[in-house]
Design a protein around this ligand. Structure first.
Ligand SMILES: [Zn+2]
Length: 224
């Protein structure tokens, strides 16, 4: 057993509900709710689209993508034909938009994806794709507000820029006082054990590239 199973989405820890179906670590929950109350005064109704996710939940997403039951998108947010991809190509394609189970920052209760139901346009098919949060997108005003104020509440954007691995995620914020500590405790050798023990699709391909995945898709983030 790993020393800190919760780092890999496998342990139980106390979570606080922030909205129906959405939970965060109590410290992050408090910070996010305080930020939401301040945003509301400026006319922005922030809420969580996705917050805590366990290893199991992330693994269901991963396996569905690997097995073609859920779309894998390219860098322009268009679905890829996975029958034309080798296992290694499939691995990198999935990692562009989905974390490997055990490396998701959503395991920690410190990170969440925000959106604003009020801002969704009538005919809009809302999706967490960069265009929604960029100039001209329905959520650009909310993104601008969060970008300007996040630090005051302890949040930062770990996937703000395209660093060549994980795609930019302007909706993903992280409560730094918590996530920084957890990231520092996360260990490649423990992750290796977690993957070896998991019912995960593409296990052999994952394990043969794990050090590379770890460096580029987990360690490499925008620190501030
Ligand atoms: Zn996210």
């Amino acid at each position: 057993m790993n020393q800190y199973p919760l780092l890999y989405g496998q342990g139980y820890f106390e979570l606080e509900q922030i909205s129906p179906g959405q939970r965060l670590h109590p410290e992050a929950a408090q910070a996010f709710l305080t930020m939401c109350a301040t945003a509301k005064r400026d006319g922005i109704s922030l809420t969580a689209y996705s917050s805590f996710r366990s290893f199991h939940t992330q693994c269901v997403i991963w396996n569905d993508k690997w097995q073609g039951k859920r779309a894998i998108l390219d860098s322009a947010s268009q679905p890829l034909d996975i029958t034309k991809l080798s296992d290694e190509q499939k691995l990198w394609a999935i990692l562009r938009w989905s974390a490997l189970p055990g490396t998701s920052r959503h395991h920690w209760g410190s990170d969440l994806d925000f959106f604003c139901p009020d801002l969704i346009q009538q005919a809009e098919n809302f999706a967490l794709v960069p265009a929604t949060y960029l100039p001209g997108g329905s959520h650009f005003s909310a993104y601008q507000w969060v970008e300007e104020h996040a630090l005051e509440f302890g949040f930062f954007f770990p996937y703000r820029d395209d660093l060549g691995a994980t795609a930019p995620e302007p909706w993903h914020i992280s409560y730094r006082p918590l996530s920084e500590q957890l990231q520092n405790k996360h260990q490649l050798h423990e992750l290796t054990q977690v993957i070896q023990d998991a019912q995960i699709a593409g296990k052999t391909t994952i394990l043969s590239h794990l050090a590379d995945i770890y460096q580029h898709y987990f360690k490499q983030i925008n620190y501030l």
